[in-house]
Design a binder for this molecule. Structure first.
Ligand code: SF4
Length: 333
């Protein structure tokens, strides 16, 4: 049960546990995500079968670099988000206010799973925060897996513990944003908190989903070198040195449209720092750089998967070093 009536309240309030905000929602009002509403003591979703975006994306765009490299993933997004990131690149669908402005097409889980199976080996829930359209994911993921597809979640990692357990066997891989290593940043820029994300990352690792991390580096906002070094150490110590870490360049968006972009050299310095801290797979994205695109064997330094933009060459034996035959961690087939 991901919401419950508030037994202590005299009215028809409910408590939602889908995410770590744990909203207390009075009758006739909605939670912080704006898309879950208390109607006469029942918490309903406004985006149950609403799909705002569908695309066949390279899996590298999620980004996942150690998961079916070079393949496409059938990507689906709905509307709403439990964060309010000032720099959101998908704010048109994420920050829907009021809910009456939600627009999209209706699609059943069966339709989505069928369309996905015709076009790709995996499907991804992405573009807006999947937590807020949990019901759609739960149904669709089960049907997709029954058709032989792998299921990907791209999330801010702020979901509730029960949601993670519910999705346990229905998700195969996740890319989770670790937006900063400071609670202050999460609070000021996203309307969230850091600790639940850290807890969920550790829980996801335990569930056995293939996990990659993304950090969008915003100059002057979340790029304190000491904090990012602490983040690298958290990834190494709590998630393991083989967890891929994507350092992504910021380009102005939403309320921060005029904010300076991340220079490539800054991400390159962070790439070196991540490697210094013992992370085996640090990647750079969203800027022009010769560093951090391809997957390199940590044993002998040979290129195992070559990437240029979204053009990927996984090699004859994906995930296996062509020189020393080391098998790299990931889901390769
Ligand atoms: S999903 Fe999160 S933000 Fe939305 S109502 Fe539930 S607890 Fe609140």
């Amino acid at each position: 049960m991901l919401w419950t009536p508030d037994a202590e309240a005299a009215d028809a309030s409910v408590n939602c546990s889908l995410c770590a905000h744990a909203c207390h929602i009075k009758e006739g009002t909605h939670g912080r995500c704006g898309v879950r509403v208390n109607r006469r003591g029942e918490l309903i979703t406004l985006v149950g079968d609403v799909v705002t975006s569908v695309a066949l994306d390279p899996v590298e765009k999620k980004p996942l670099y150690h998961f079916l490299p070079g393949s496409k993933t059938f990507s689906v997004g709905s509307a709403g988000c439990n964060f309010h990131c000032r720099f959101c690149q998908n704010h048109q669908i994420a920050h829907v206010r009021p809910a009456s402005t939600i627009s999209g097409r209706r699609a059943t889980p069966d339709t989505l799973a069928r369309l996905a199976a015709q076009q790709a080996p995996s499907m991804a829930f992405t573009y807006n925060e999947p937590t807020v359209f949990f019901e759609q994911i739960y149904e669709t993921a089960g049907l997709a897996q029954a058709r032989g597809l792998k299921v990907i979640l791209v999330s801010n990692g702020f979901m509730g513990a029960d949601l993670l357990q519910s999705l346990n066997r229905r998700v195969n891989a996740a890319n989770i944003d670790l937006k900063a290593f400071s609670d202050d940043f999460y609070h000021k820029f996203c309307g969230g908190r850091l600790q639940p994300v850290l807890d969920n990352l550790k829980a996801i690792k335990k569930l056995g989903w293939w996990l990659e991390i993304t950090t969008l580096v915003i100059p002057g906002c979340n790029d304190n070198p000491d904090e990012l070094r602490a983040m690298a150490r958290f990834i190494r110590d709590e998630l393991g040195p083989d967890t891929p870490w994507h350092l992504s360049g910021f380009h102005g968006a939403a309320m921060m449209a005029a904010h300076p972009a991340t220079p490539a050299f800054q991400l390159e310095d962070l790439w070196h720092m991540g490697r210094e801290e013992g992370l085996n797979y640090v990647y750079i994205g969203n800027v022009q750089s010769l560093l951090g695109a391809s997957t390199v064997c940590p044993s002998c330094g040979s290129v195992v998967i070559e990437r240029r933009g979204y053009r990927t060459r996984p090699g004859k034996e994906p995930g296996v070093c062509p020189s020393c035959k080391t098998v790299l961690p990931g889901v390769w087939r």
